[in-house]
Design a protein around this ligand. Structure first.
Ligand code: SER
Length: 601
């Protein structure tokens, strides 16, 4: 059976719609209201507020396909299955159905809609520990749909517990479905794990029973409702359905991968060059999506911008290993856009920006890479003759500071020559050098909605007031380009060519404080997207919304409507007691994008 990715996306949405799910949009790669992570790493990310009682405007059963970025897997990229950017077919129950229905729907979709033979399937369930019981319940449901008892494996938390995506947030025991690629079924959990490692058994679907919240003390508390978060990687599923043993030959990646091979100047050798070709394919694809995101991320030395920079720089290094000299990213990126644009029209729309940012980064890094590589080779030569096996922290830091080598790249280059790197020492040097530590990119923000609900909720409402003030006082075309909130402050990016003057900043503060002083009330209504637009509510109208949206309106006791904005929430109910709003800093983050930091005192 041959099936394209377009057909698979459609079959997935159709099936769950027939089972009373409502389709929601494909959210930005940069999460709107979740400071615990830098990227959307799973389909559930945009739903975090709704797992604990907050009603979703589109109901309790949802479905979509979602672009995701996972940097945790970056070292595995280059093998058959791992990607930094991938798409997730997801369906959710928000306090509606639980394990029985989730397993029934999963099994029906995989066997009846996708036609995967029952004989090839097995399942895993959580074996239980001090935080949650052994999942006999899920095992019974797998048996009930037709998975034989001996092919249901009980595994520990490391395998069968999903989340939270950051340090805190919704999580729970999960149950995975596996496809047998070769050989017979495993006789026990131990053999099952070993065969999985060898790629003979491949995970195809994950049913997470999101019933817990991990708090900042590391404890697991029950959420107020039982939720289901089901996910299925699009690229892997397409590969399995088409009898392929890797994702790079699927219709999603093949033309991009072929272009990399075509540009390669070393007489492409499948054994020695395939890893580099896969890394270039994956990283340029991820960079193209990040640059094409409406949030306007550009390469930089912090946060998402630094991850983007790492993707591009690592792709450049691997291109040189394939003998590709000079600028090449645009040619690969063109293939990404050509293939993905139908589903992600933002890519075509932002094409000029994507190509120019890729070219700028290539120009910046090319000479530094050449010089840094020579420097590193010389140093490793000295170390070797001195019988040493580790590059010092100072050596790695010099490459980082003078040549722009991300530490992961230095590690990779050293390990190829049999050397380790003093990474701990490197981190210490980096911390001493910078005000902001860049380590642990995805889990950098330890606070979050889950932990500091009251403070972050207030700042979230303050973000609505900030954009409303800017639209009224500075320019009605001002748009929010990203927001990051922790318990201490609001960081808010917006489009503006000029820095705002001190007078403008003070005027914004006064406007927001006037709304607070008037003890404005925050109300919410659910409207269709069309009615929301008609009502004058603002929001970035890309593909991220479903049919129905929540509109939050802030109305002063004097009757003035301060803000009307489409948003998932949550928000405070009244501005009374919010404190005094103060803008403490302004900076330029990229061409045409400025950032302010604001606090409530
Ligand atoms: N959130 C789960 C995962 O990422 C299921 O979608 O695997």
């Amino acid at each position: 059976m041959t099936i394209t990715s377009e057909e698979l996306r459609e079959k997935h949405v159709d099936f769950f719609k027939k089972n009373n799910h409502v389709e929601i949009g494909n959210a930005s790669l940069i999460p709107e209201n979740d400071p615990t992570v830098l990227f959307t790493t799973a389909g559930m990310q945009q739903l975090v507020p709704f797992f604990d009682g907050e009603p979703h405007p589109n109901g309790k059963r949802l479905v979509n396909n979602q672009k995701c970025i996972r940097t945790g897997d970056i070292d595995d990229v280059g093998d058959q299955w791992h990607l930094s950017l991938f798409e997730m077919l997801g369906n959710w129950s928000l306090g509606d159905y639980f394990k029985g229905e989730a397993i029934k729907l999963s099994f029906e979709f995989v066997t009846e809609i996708l036609g995967i033979s029952k004989d090839k399937l097995s399942a895993s369930v959580f074996e239980g520990d001090k935080d949650a019981p052994r999942d006999e319940e899920a095992a019974k449901f797998w048996e009930k749909v037709g998975v034989p008892k001996e092919r249901i494996y009980f595994l520990p938390k490391g395998e069968n517990w999903w989340g939270p995506a950051g340090e805190t947030g919704p999580c729970g025991p999960n149950s995975e479905m596996f496809f047998l690629i070769s050989g017979g079924h495993a006789k026990d959990a131990k053999e099952f794990m070993e065969r999985g490692e060898k790629g003979e058994i491949c995970e195809i679907r994950n049913d997470v029973f999101l019933a817990y919240n991990k708090n900042k003390e590391g404890a697991f508390e029950k959420l107020s409702q039982n939720n289901v978060d089901n996910g299925m990687g699009l690229e892997r599923t397409i590969a399995v359905l088409n009898g392929l043993d890797n994702v790079y030959e699927t219709d999603l990646l093949k033309t991009i991968f072929e272009k990399v091979k075509e540009l390669s100047n070393v007489g492409f050798n499948i054994d020695t060059n395939i890893k580099s070709a896969r890394i270039i394919t994956d990283h340029v694809r991820a960079a193209t999506f990040l640059l094409g995101d409406p949030k306007g991320i550009v390469p930089s030395n912090v946060d998402q911008g630094y991850v983007l920079r790492k993707f591009i720089r690592r792709a450049i290094r691997h291109a040189r290993l394939l003998g590709i000299q000079g600028s090449f990213c645009k040619q690969i990126s063109e293939k990404v856009i050509e293939r993905m644009n139908k589903h992600y029209p933002n890519l075509e729309k932002n094409k000029k920006f994507i190509f120019s940012e890729l070219a700028k980064e290539e120009e910046k890094f090319s000479i530094a890479l050449e010089n840094g590589t020579k420097k590193l080779e010389k140093t490793l030569g000295f170390l070797k003759s001195a019988g040493k096996k580790e590059l010092s922290a100072k050596g790695a830091f010099d490459l980082y500071q003078s040549n722009g080598f991300p530490i992961e790249m230095t590690r990779e280059m050293c390990s190829e020559k049999g050397f380790a790197v003093d990474e701990k020492g490197f981190e210490d040097l980096l911390k001493g050098h910078q005000e902001l530590s860049r380590k642990g990119a995805e889990q950098k923000f330890k606070g979050g909605l889950a932990d500091n609900k009251e403070e972050t909720t207030k700042l979230h409402t303050a973000a609505h007031l900030t954009i409303a003030a800017m639209k009224e006082l500075i320019n009605p075309d001002t748009e929010q380009k990203g927001a990051n909130i922790n318990a201490e402050r609001l960081r808010f990016d917006f489009n503006s060519d000029e820095r705002l003057t001190d007078e403008q900043l003070r005027a914004i503060e006064a406007w927001v404080n006037e709304a607070i002083a008037s003890k404005a009330i925050v109300s919410m209504e659910v409207l269709s997207l069309a009615d929301a637009k008609k009502s004058g509510a603002h929001g970035v109208f890309d593909s991220k919304y479903g049919d129905n949206v929540k509109v939050y309106t802030i109305t002063g006791s004097n009757g003035k409507v301060y803000s009307k904005e489409i948003c998932g929430g949550p928000h405070v109910e009244t501005l009374a007691g919010m404190g005094t709003y103060k803008i403490i800093k302004q900076e330029a983050v990229a061409a045409g994008i400025k950032r302010i930091k604001a606090v409530l005192e």
